[in-house]
Write a protein that binds this ligand. Sequence first.
Ligand code: SF4
Length: 449
Amino acid sequence: MLHGDRACGHFQSFAPNARIPWLCPVELATAQYCSQTRWAVRGALPEGMRRKYSSHSSKKSVSCPGDGTKDTWAPDGAPPLSVRSRNQTTIAMSYYSFIQWCHCTVNPCMGCDGCELFPCITRLIRTINEWLVSHEVSNPYVRKVIELEVESRTPSATYHSRVAIAKCVLAAALPGMPVSPRQVRDLACAIAAEFRCYAAILHLRYAKNSTKPHKVGKKGFAPTFEEVTLFRGRAAAAANWSDLKNVNDPEKPWLDGARRLIFLSDMGDLLSRAVTIEYILEEVIGSVSSSEGQRHFWLWLTKRPARMAQFSRWLHAQGIAWPDNLVAMTSVTSGDTVGRVAALKKVKCRYRGLSIEPLWSAVKLPLDQIDWAIVGGESGPWAKPFELDWARDIRTQCAASGTAFFLKQIGTKPTAGGIPIRLQDRHGGDWAEWPADLRVRDLPQAFRR
Ligand code: SF4
């Protein structure tokens, strides 16, 4: 009998006064756990599926050995994630995602060429130089040392070696003088603060680490974030997921009535250089336009909309139509990246969306032909402040252009008129803590048809 199967005889209900932090009282009443395997199963699961958690985890979710996302459902009959074959990574995807604007995620590739949220070597060198200048310890000799230290590494390796690099650079910057641990820590933090992409951070945590050669990278991840790796079959498996039309999710009531929204490629960028057009055609377009895939909406987010437009032209030239259920999306983080919207409009598709997250400044957006705008403040240890009026301004712009507005989160450091707001939720994702006028999470009507 498979572990986790309710029929194995080891399943029992939780005690009436049990407190399981990741189950709400209603779920707790119907949840069971297996006394042998210590896997817990929520009650009232969608048809044919069950959700698995480790009952001895105190966290809200368990990590998935597949794609690094945190919460996973598995088809009936599938063994628990912990006992699946290591080669079965193609089925390891996030059937349930905590991202507010989608139901689930799938990653036909892992890793990325980088963007403003993941630094290149040149930017890392500049960051270190700026830190030294601001602390008045720069000299011409130390600049050569920085280049030697950083240029010989990849950005991921620089992140892992940031303390060693900081020690070496400070020793060169302060010859004959003692270097304090605080100086080393501050410079190492300045390097770490350049790494803001959560997909990159998960790779830095779980993939290979150049400073720990004995550590094996997690299956389902790219070896390092820079080494974009393809995972065939994941999108096809996601296409088979059940239809969510008319299925309500109490945790995301704003998605009620929508078809299943699948975030395509949240752990990398499918339009990175290593991913060929043929691969995208086969893995993505094939799955999205299959009869199963057409039951869902696929949200394809990229920081490379110009390449997406190029791909759409190529598709057009082959006589293949862009599937109507494939939403072309790009990201804007500040005025410097607003140009991506114009590139997105060149994609020959039916629906377009913007992820304006993390938003670092007020932006004016050309929102004609844009169906959806998702706005969010930055979260995490290096988060920049998020002014609530920026979100109000975008909401007004959306109202003028008929674009659906969705406020995902107000981030770790929200401010109102420049005054910091204290929140319980460290991501600012609980809309009960927001001003009433900002509690807006709209979807394009087409997603509900
Ligand atoms: S995955 Fe997206 S956010 Fe992260 S580095 Fe790549 S393009 Fe940037």
